[in-house]
Design a protein around this ligand. Structure first.
Ligand code: NFE
Length: 467
């Protein structure tokens, strides 16, 4: 069967390989392989638990605040503490700014080149010379905004530094809350930068989305997948117990249900780890086995009640009632842009909610023996950190990232991961220039650096690159 191996897929974070079987101009099967090994769980063994916030952030540079949030929540769960109201809001502002940066970059730097013919020079060339549908004038206008997005996404990053000290890998989020107390000065500075970013999203990014979505309307029917969605809850409400601005929940088939954190397991039948039955993350293991014949990825296969579920902005928006479209490639792209708009609006309100000069941090003692779970929404979807402490040191740490959910290989029952399933049925116009595969795959905003950290160079002679 004609198979196309695309490796590494570019315009994403980390190293990713996709094999697609193509027949009669259509993808009939797909395999998603993470070609990295992530050893961070091993690095954490025996460490002071407070290190988890700073070490796990270094898994990735694009979603580092999400890892600092998840690790802080896991520690707070283990220490039985809560941050003060102000601490929750400041953390929401830090993470919100990083989310804006991410969504702007994904749309302009990573998605737009799949749909819009940029100038005939790098980074727009070399490229596939197929299926660019926008007029020259429209493409030039979007390219102008692309250039501006470089500055605007940097402004969003700079906003993180106001309360986070630095970016990536901020020092403002930690167990117990945050480090920077709000003042009239820092809030005003944050707000003025936010208004620039918000203006760009509302007036330029939304319009560019509209142009792309209109020209590529067929992508509302391409890349649909299993139709299962999951979200862990994003931006905790500072005044309502266990409430979030973006709700947690799950949709399996068309049925919506409450999220049950105990229903998560990781399968490893097709991953390069020692075989085991599906394990809950609190019992999960990270034992590499590079000799497994049937394995084809360093990413494990997380499953919810045994189902392969998709995570990300589309899941969040649908579960919170902000979006009632479908589950396709273009719905994912649209949801990310719409979410940026909604979050920027919310952040403006949150700036008005902070209490100037009030504390942002709850002090604590570190218990000797404890367990903690931190579940958050990262930019790309549900992120969980599971930790155990013995004699005041970390003895167990497991991380499941959104891209592990989305880019996972088949599970023990042979069910495809969400990206694999979404690729099946994708029409391919030209076998030698499968631009459609990149469009579907990138709509998940994959980050393989998060999902897995060691490259396997075997058999690279047959690979091609999507550029
Ligand atoms: Ni490296 Fe990440 C996000 C996390 S992985 S980007 O968002 O966690 O999907």
């Amino acid at each position: 069967m004609p198979t196309k191996i695309i490796s590494p897929i570019t315009r994403l974070n980390g190293f990713w390989r996709i094999d697609v079987n193509i027949e009669n101009g259509q993808v009939i099967d797909a395999y998603s392989s993470g070609i990295f090994f992530r050893g961070i769980e091993k690095i954490l063994q025996g460490r002071d638990p407070r290190d988890a916030v700073y070490l796990t952030e270094r898994i990735c540079g694009i979603c580092s605040t999400a890892h600092s949030m998840a690790a802080s929540l896991a520690l707070e769960d283990a220490f039985k503490i809560k941050p003060p109201r102000n601490g929750i809001i400041i953390r929401n502002l830090i993470f919100g700014a990083d989310l804006l940066q991410n969504h702007i970059r994904h749309f302009y730097f990573l998605t737009i080149p799949d749909f819009v013919r940029g100038p005939d020079r790098p980074p727009f060339t070399p490229r596939y010379e197929v299926d660019y549908r926008l007029s020259k004038a429209e493409s030039e206008k979007i390219y102008e905004n692309y250039l501006e997005s470089i500055h605007i996404s940097r402004t969003a990053h700079d906003m993180v530094t106001i309360f986070g000290g630095k970016i990536p890998h901020n020092h403002g989020i930690l167990a117990g809350g945050a480090t920077v107390t709000p003042t009239g000065d820092n809030i005003r500075m944050f707000l003025s930068m936010l208004s620039r970013v918000r203006n760009f999203i509302e007036n330029k990014m939304m319009a560019d989305l509209e142009k792309v979505a209109t020209a590529y309307e067929d992508y509302y029917k391409i890349g649909i997948g299993h139709g299962n969605l999951m979200a862990f809850g994003m931006f905790p409400h500072p005044d309502k117990k266990d409430a979030f601005y973006f709700k947690p929940g799950v949709i399996i088939g068309s049925k919506q249900e409450k999220l049950d954190a105990n229903s998560i397991t990781e399968h490893v039948k097709y991953s390069w780890y020692k075989n085991s039955p599906p394990l809950e993350p609190q019992k999960g293991e990270t034992q590499p086995d590079t000799n497994k014949k049937e394995a084809y990825s360093w990413v494990k296969a997380p499953r919810y009640k045994g189902h392969s579920v998709e995570s990300g902005p589309l899941a969040r928006l649908i579960l919170s009632g902000y979006y009632d479209g479908g589950y396709s490639t273009m719905d994912r792209i649209a949801a990310r842009v719409i979410e940026a708009k909604i979050v920027a609006q919310m952040m403006e309100e949150w700036c008005g909610d902070v209490e100037i000069g009030k504390p942002v941090f709850t002090p604590y003692d570190i218990p000797q023996d404890a367990e903690g779970i931190g579940m958050v929404e990262a930019m790309r979807g549900g992120l969980g950190h599971w930790m155990r402490l013995r004699a005041g040191r970390i003895t167990h740490y497991q991380i499941i990232t959104p891209s592990a959910w989305n880019c996972s290989p088949r599970d023990d029952r042979g069910i495809r991961g969400p990206v694999e399933e979404a690729l099946v049925g994708t029409p391919i116009e030209d076998f030698d220039q499968p631009i459609e595969v990149g469009r579907v795959a990138r709509s998940f905003d994959p980050c393989l650096a998060c999902a897995i950290h060691m490259i396997d160079m075997k058999g690279r002679e047959n690979y091609i690159e999507i550029l």
